[in-house]
Design a protein around this ligand. Structure first.
Ligand SMILES: Nc1nc2c(c(=O)[nH]1)N[C@H]1C(S)=C(S)[C@@H](COP(=O)(O)O)O[C@H]1N2
Ligand SMILES: [Mo]
Length: 356
């Protein structure tokens, strides 16, 4: 029997290929674009609480380092559906219902006119392996989820917020996650309307939680419910009911298996500890001591930080390991765990060859 974990991981690549083919194919014929595509709808209203302009991105000078903010076109994608299923905007509405005293239905215009805020948040997929690329950082634009939920007046015994999509995907997380964090019904990403691939017209973004329990794209309904009566799409398929993100760090450069000339090499990457902010990143070469890397901009508690360090490398085969610390002083765990059921752990390492 196929292990359950290959199911989600396998879908990632299979869907990636199908979806990019579809997207590529749609370039040839404009009629293949949904009529409700962002290009047709036009820009969002001005953001009422914009963030300050982004600082200079260290990746401009550190070659091979991930960008501070991941462009939408490079942002990882995880979809159960085989195509982009953006709904017709004139027919679309967002329902907030279930165990509430005041059910609500909002049109797209109702939603975007509620006052938009910007939030920097790094999100990741539970199936991101150590050193993997299923993690990205964006400046999301949207409406505060806690305000919407409060307006709907949830019943005291509702303990789960479940986002449903137009294609019947569902993801649920504890109502207690709305603890003041900047959870959003997002309608934009990096200054633009949300692209179809990332959930146009609206999606959820809950900083600190893996996507499979929280980040419903093509959102159509937010249901207040109970964990003991309803479970999200991936839960019955073997994944953990609760999905807090884990502290992680990745070496972007050098790549595994690289061969270079002896001398000083720049080792660089990203590290994240959503909700508890990265405070230190260290690398170790072979059996040398741990050395602290320089850290990039600290956009928010919920975002990754870039890091880089120059290290002299003599001729030979070398193993470079990275580990991170959060602001509480906790160190990223060395314990190696697989992605199933609630996310991989362990330190990322690369082996490289240095020639004379
Ligand atoms: N409708 C819908 N929403 C979804 C998914 C999906 O398959 N369908 N996948 C979820 C998972 S598992 C993740 S990790 C995130 C990924 O968001 P992204 O594709 O914008 O990176 O979306 C979540 N939202
Ligand atoms: Mo995911």
């Amino acid at each position: 029997m196929t292990p359950r974990r290959t199911f989600l991981a396998g879908l990632v690549s299979a869907v990636g290929i199908v979806a990019s083919w579809k997207f590529f194919g749609s370039k040839a014929s404009t009629s293949a674009l949904p009529s409700s595509s962002p290009q047709v709808f036009g820009p969002l209203p001005p953001i009422s609480s914009p963030l300050p302009a982004l600082p200079t991105d260290p990746s401009e000078t550190v070659s091979g380092l991930s960008k501070l903010v991941t462009p939408a076109a490079d942002f990882f994608r995880i979809d159960t559906a085989l195509g982009i299923d953006s709904p017709e905007i004139s027919n679309w509405s967002l329902e907030i219902s279930g165990m509430v005293d005041n059910p609500m239905t909002l049109t797209y215009r109702d939603l975007i006119n509620r006052g938009l805020i910007e939030v920097d948040a790094t999100i990741a997929c539970v199936s991101n392996v150590v050193g993997g690329t299923l993690v990205g950082n964006a400046r999301w634009i949207g409406v505060r989820l806690d305000e919407l939920i409060a307006e709907a007046k949830p019943h005291a015994d509702a303990d789960q917020i479940m986002g449903w999509s137009v294609d019947d995907f569902s993801a649920g997380f504890p109502i207690t996650a709305l603890d003041g964090r900047d959870a959003l019904v997002a309608v934009g990403m990096n200054g633009d309307v949300l692209p179809p691939e990332h959930g146009f017209p609206a999606r959820l973004v809950v900083p600190g939680l893996f996507g499979y329990v929280s980040a419903t794209k093509w959102l159509s309904k937010i249901e207040l419910t109970r964990f003991d009566t309803k479970q999200g799409y991936w839960i019955s398929r073997g994944w953990s009911q609760e999905g807090p993100m884990k502290m992680g760090s990745r070496i972007d450069t050098p790549n595994q298996g690289t061969t270079t000339k002896a001398g000083v090499m720049t080792v660089a990457g990203v590290a994240w500890a959503p909700r508890s902010r990265i405070s230190r990143v260290e690398i170790k070469v072979d059996s040398d001591g741990w050395k602290s890397a320089t850290l990039g901009p600290d956009l928010a508690q919920t975002t990754w930080r870039q890091w880089w360090i120059d290290t002299p490398l003599p001729v030979g085969l070398h193993t470079i390991v990275v580990r991170a610390y959060d602001e509480t002083g906790a160190m990223q765990t060395e314990q190696v765990r697989d992605i199933e059921p609630d996310g991989a752990t362990g330190w990322h390492s690369v082996v490289i060859t240095v020639d004379a």
